[in-house]
Design a binder for this molecule. Structure first.
Ligand SMILES: [Fe+2]
Length: 189
């Protein structure tokens, strides 16, 4: 049996995250560092994979709510090894804290002026790998990312600071095109 007395509760971590969000305001680096601190006790839990309530993921099959209050959501998501999640936007910030495995995460800036329908030119501004205990993040206006799990049993705690916008864009970097999609779930990932 896990020693639950000595482990941080999901509520503790969520409450810390809520304070971090209020304190950080528009300071992105403060938000990033604070969210990682807030989630660190959660990803240290040895029973993390047993927690949560199943939800419909937008890109993946195994996704569970750990916390949702209408403004903040924290989910536990399994990224299938090698599955490329294409570039997409969100309308809100999204943070990925790696629990197990390894993730390649790319962030893009849209450099066209948006006036040509179905055309989008993305410039890569981040392309790096993340390992357990690290946080990847996108924050509007730079809020387009793609990711790929690079190991079996890659799990990520995803923190989202609000509900996704109802219409989202999915981009093809090479073709310089996009499609629109209505997500299955209004929260992550
Ligand atoms: Fe995302």
């Amino acid at each position: 049996m896990p020693d639950t007395d000595s482990q941080a509760t999901i509520r503790d971590c969520a409450q810390t995250a809520i304070r971090v969000i209020a304190d950080a305001g528009s300071d992105e680096s403060k938000l990033r560092a604070g969210l990682l601190d807030a989630m660190r006790p959660l990803v240290a839990r040895d029973d993390l994979l047993t927690l949560g309530v199943k939800r419909p993921g937008n890109h993946i099959d195994n996704s569970k709510y750990l916390y949702y209050d209408g403004q903040l959501s924290i989910t536990l998501d399994e990224f299938p090894n090698g599955k490329y999640i294409p570039p997409h936007d969100h309308g809100v910030w999204e943070a990925l804290v790696v629990f197990k495995g390894r993730v390649r995460h790319c962030v893009y800036e849209r450099v066209d002026d948006g006036t040509v329908e179905w055309h989008a030119d993305l410039k890569t501004i981040e392309d790096r790998e993340y390992v357990p205990g690290e946080i990847a993040m996108v924050v509007p206006p730079t809020e387009i990312h793609s990711f790929t799990a690079l190991a079996e049993e890659t799990y990520v705690v995803t923190v989202v600071g609000g509900n996704y916008k109802p219409i989202r864009h999915y981009y093809n970097v090479d073709d310089k095109t996009y499609v629109v999609s209505k997500p299955a779930a209004l929260a992550p990932a």
